[in-house]
Design a binder for this molecule. Structure first.
Ligand code: PLP
Length: 368
C-alpha cells in the first residue's frame, strides 16, 4: 500500500528555522526578572491602558479598517502624510507584507550578518534567496552590502539600531547605502528602537522615505511604548508602496483596542520621555559596571546590551545563563544570531539591573 502523504508546503518552507522568542518563564514558583525581549521596564502609559479598557464596550464592532485614527495621530506627531502610513499587527507583519509584495523565487534580499532574524524568515518564506552581508565592528557595513547587490536583488533590510547588537548606522552611512542601490531595490529601515537613540548623527528614516521612491521605514509600539502584547506597528512608505501593502494586508489587521491604545500612548509624550531618560541612564551605568566585571559590552544605542563572556569553562555565556536562571533572571541567548559567547540584556528597572549586576559579579568572582 502506498504511504499516506499529507499536504506539502512550497519548496523551501521546511528549510526555515522557526523564530524562537526569548525565554519568558522558568520552572518552579516565584517571580522571574524577564530581561530577554527588549520590553520597557516602565510599562505602557496609563492613558494607553485606559483607552484600551474603554474599547471593551465596543468589541462587537469591526475596527476602522485602515487604522485611520492612529495613522492621523502618527502623521500629526511626526509631520507626515497619513496616506503614506500603513499600520500592522506589529512591525513583524509589515516586514512580512513587504516580502510578500516584492519578493519571489529567483529574487535576492540582503541583510547584515547579525541582523534581526525575522528578515531571513520573511525572505525564505517567499522562496527568495537570503544574502547576509558581513559586518564591521558588529555594525552593518555599507560597502559589504553594496558589494552583494546583483541584478536579482530586490530588497535590503537594515535594523537601525540593530537587534541584538545595539549598534547603529549614522544617517550619512544610510544615505550612502541608499545612493548605491538601484531604484528598483527597496531599502527597508527597521527603526524599532529609534526612540532610544541619543546620537546627533542618527535619523530613523523619515527624510529618506519622504525624498526617495524606494525607502520604507518600519516602527513599533512594542518597545518604548510598552504595548508589545497588542501587536502594533507602522510603516511610512512612498505612496505606491503604501498602496501595494494596503492591497494585501488583512482588511482589519489592527484591532480597535490597539488603535485606541496607540493613539493614547502617542499623546503621552512625558511617559515616553521618562522611558528614554531611564534607559539612557541605566544603559550607561550597566555598560560601565559590566565592563568593570571584566565583561566586554558592545556599545548600544538601544534598550539592551550585548554582553560577551569569556570562552573559558565555568565563565561562558551558557554557564552565566544557567547561573542567572538560578537567581530567576532571564537574559537572551543569542546563538542563532551568531553569538554563542554572548547574552543580550534588556535594560530593566533599577532593581532588576542591580540584581543582574549582583549576580554577574558573583559569577565572575569580582566585587561590583
Ligand atoms: C529590530 C526589530 N524589528 C522588529 C521587531 C518586531 O517588533 P514588533 O513587536 O513590532 O513586531 C523587533 C522585536 O524584537 C526588533 O528587534
Amino acid at each position: 500500500m502506498a504511504a499516506k502523504r499529507g499536504p506539502i508546503p512550497r519548496p523551501g518552507i521546511l528549510d526555515i528555522a522557526p523564530y524562537v522568542p526569548g525565554t519568558s518563564a522558568l520552572p518552579g514558583a516565584g517571580k522571574v526578572m524577564k530581561l530577554s525581549s527588549n520590553e520597557t521596564p516602565l510599562g505602557p502609559s496609563p492613558r494607553a491602558v485606559e483607552a484600551y479598557l474603554a474599547e471593551a464596550a465596543h468589541l462587537s464592532r469591526y475596527p476602522d479598517g485602515s487604522a485611520r485614527p492612529l495613522r492621523e495621530a502618527l502623521a500629526k506627531r511626526y509631520g507626515l502624510d497619513a496616506a503614506h502610513i500603513v499600520c500592522g499587527a506589529g512591525s513583524d507583519e509589515l516586514l512580512n507584507l513587504l516580502a510578500v509584495a516584492y519578493l519571489g523565487p529567483g529574487d535576492e534580499a540582503i541583510y547584515s550578518e547579525h541582523g534581526f532574524l525575522v528578515y531571513r524568515i520573511a525572505i525564505q518564506a517567499r522562496g527568495a534567496t537570503p544574502v547576509p552581508a558581513p559586518e564591521r565592528d558588529l555594525t552593518a557595513d555599507v560597502d559589504a552590502i553594496l558589494a552583494r547587490v546583483t541584478d536579482a536583488t530586490r530588497m535590503v533590510f537594515i535594523a537601525n539600531p540593530n537587534n541584538p547588537t545595539g549598534t547603529y548606522l549614522p544617517f550619512d552611512a544610510v544615505k550612502r547605502l541608499h545612493a548605491g542601490l538601484p531604484e528598483h531595490v527597496i531599502l527597508v529601515l527597521d527603526a524599532a528602537y529609534a526612540e532610544y537613540v541619543r546620537a546627533n548623527d542618527y535619523e530613523a528614516g523619515i527624510e529618506l522615505v519622504a525624498t526617495t521612491p524606494n525607502t520604507v521605514m518600519t516602527r513599533t509600539f512594542s518597545k518604548i511604548y510598552g504595548l508589545a502584547a497588542l501587536r502594533l506597528g507602522w510603516a511610512y512608505c512612498p505612496a505606491p508602496i503604501a498602496d501595494t501593502l494596503n492591497r494585501i494586508r488583512g482588511p482589519f489587521n489592527v484591532t480597535g483596542p490597539s488603535i485606541a491604545a496607540g493613539v493614547a500612548a502617542l499623546a503621552d509624550q512625558p511617559h515616553m520621555q521618562a522611558a528614554v531618560e531611564h534607559n539612557a541612564v541605566w544603559r550607561g551605568r550597566m555598560a560601565e559596571a559590566l565592563q568593570h566585571l571584566g565583561l566586554c559590552v558592545t556599545p548600544s544605542a538601544a534598550n539592551f546590551l550585548l554582553v560577551h563572556f569569556p570562552q573559558e569553562s565555568g565563565k561562558s555565556a551558557r554557564a552565566a545563563d544557567k547561573f542567572l536562571h538560578e537567581r530567576r533572571i532571564i537574559l537572551r541567548r543569542v546563538e542563532e544570531y551568531g553569538f554563542p559567547d554572548a547574552l543580550r540584556m534588556t535594560i530593566g528597572t533599577a532593581d532588576e539591573n542591580e540584581a543582574v549586576l549582583d549576580a554577574l559579579s558573583a559569577f565572575m568572582g569580582v566585587a561590583a
